[in-house]
Design a protein around this ligand. Structure first.
Ligand SMILES: Cc1cc2nc3c(=O)[nH]c(=O)nc-3n(C[C@H](O)[C@H](O)[C@H](O)COP(=O)(O)OP(=O)(O)OC[C@H]3O[C@@H](n4cnc5c(N)ncnc54)[C@H](O)[C@@H]3O)c2cc1C
Length: 395
């Protein structure tokens, strides 16, 4: 049943091959280690080495710089398949394939690309993306980290970023700061590439969360941290535009990851329902359980075509901000419902740490918050509908 749900006939052939390779890797090497990773709170070194060897840190980085240069569709197929394994795998590679490098790939200079992309593509370096601050989350344009220009052309950063995924381990972080207070989002925010370790930049603390914390979030502090002009990525003042553009791919990737996790929940829940006997027969024979399985299957089957349609349109050069918001909103909320149903199907076992459902349930809660909350996705979608109408579009 799960295999049938997974079938998707219009997928390009090269993507099907990559998907099959990733699926094999997940089934043979990653999924069997789920409980160990959760318990030890770390990914075994040999699995990180395997991901590096297969190029999974450079999925979206152009081949010229050592990456695989994959299409959006292929990238999402990998994210989906990895979504069936422990969430730490997606979290670990998502900076190097998405928000941590896209600014550099799209707007970096040749010198910046040559310096950083090969190391990121190989997984030698880990990337992070630092936009959120204590006073600026959903309202990202309210950031207060300042970058003041000195007479010798450098920039001096002061401010605090928090909840930054991989911030504690990243060798390269794309940091957003205000360069013109009077303009802010309208030309006053600039993106900077910050390497680990310049004076005045420190990881203030790792922030414990309700998630698995294998890949962590960190608070980053900048105190008179001087950067050369070479650290600016994209044009001065265009950082907010860069950040918003990066988020389209990030949101699609998150939706793909949710889809894979829903598949895993369905597989685990179906198997459990067929094996668990109560009142003299498998609980799968109870209609109440069948309905929960059916609801998970319906939502994941509805999500898949929408997601890959968005991928195909992005690959064709279209701007997919609204579709990406729709996919992320639906996927993260559907995953929450699926995780809740999966715990219910597993009964007490679903609440216990020696069952993989328990960690998935906690981790799923994050998906409605990161890279724009559900409320912000709805705002993005509604804004595009209203703009269309104002422009004399669809009624
Ligand atoms: C696990 C994790 C990893 C993260 N990783 C990163 C990272 O790598 N880099 C990074 O920069 N950030 C990261 N973040 C931050 C994340 O993007 C923010 O948490 C998110 O954008 C929400 O901001 P906030 O937490 O400040 O909530 P707030 O903005 O304070 O929102 C609180 C509530 O108010 C609602 N709300 C706010 N404004 C509106 C509105 N206009 N209309 C309706 N409702 C509204 C929100 O939807 C939410 O329900 C991460 C967060 C988490 C939890």
């Amino acid at each position: 049943m799960v295999a049938r749900v997974n079938a998707f006939s219009s997928e390009p052939e090269d993507v099907q091959l990559l998907r099959a390779q990733t699926r094999r890797l997940v089934d043979r090497e990653l999924r069997p280690r789920t409980l160990e990773i959760e318990r030890e709170r770390r990914i075994p070194d040999e699995l990180i080495a395997k991901l590096r060897e297969l190029g999974y840190f450079g999925l979206t980085i152009p081949e010229k710089y050592g990456g695989l240069g994959l299409s959006t569709w292929a990238h999402l197929a990998v994210q989906e398949e990895l979504g069936r394994a422990h969430s730490a795998f997606n979290m670990l590679i998502s900076g190097n394939n998405g928000i941590g490098v896209m600014g550099l790939v799209q707007s970096g200079t040749e010198a910046q690309k040559a310096r950083y992309l090969p190391r990121l593509a190989s997984g030698e370096w880990i990337a992070a993306f630092a936009l959120t601050e204590p006073g600026a989350g959903s309202d990202a344009q309210a950031i207060e980290t300042r970058a003041e220009r000195t007479e010798d052309g450098r920039f001096v950063l002061n401010g605090t970023k928090h909840y930054i995924s991989r911030g504690d381990v990243a060798e390269l972080t794309t940091v957003f700061a205000v360069t013109d207070k009077s303009a802010k989002a309208k030309g006053g925010i600039t993106a900077f590439l910050v390497e680990k370790g310049p004076p005045g930049f420190r990881v203030a603390r790792v922030q414990d969360s309700m998630g698995s914390d294998v890949v962590k979030q960190a608070e980053l502090v900048f105190e008179d941290c001087a950067l050369s002009e070479d650290a600016v990525v994209g044009e001065i003042g265009q950082g907010f535009v860069t950040a918003m553009r990066i988020l389209d791919l990030g949101r699609l990737s998150l939706a793909a990851r949710c889809l894979g996790t829903m598949e895993e929940l369905l597989a685990l829940s179906t198997a459990h329902a067929q094996n668990r006997v109560q009142f003299g027969r498998p609980i799968a024979e109870q209609q109440a359980i069948q309905h929960m399985l059916a609801d998970i299957a319906v939502e994941l089957t509805m999500l898949r075509p929408a997601l890959y349609q968005a991928a195909a349109r992005r690959d064709a050069g279209e701007r997919v901000t609204t579709l990406a918001a729709m996919c992320k909103l639906f996927a993260s909320e559907a995953l929450g419902r699926a995780a809740d149903r999966a715990v219910q199907i597993h009964g007490g076992m679903g609440f216990m740490k020696d069952c993989p459902i328990e960690a998935i349930y906690r981790e799923a809660r994050m998906m409605r918050i990161v890279e724009g909350t559900s409320e912000i996705q709805r705002l993005v979608i509604a804004r595009s509908l209203l703009e269309e109408r104002e422009g004399g579009g669809r009624s």
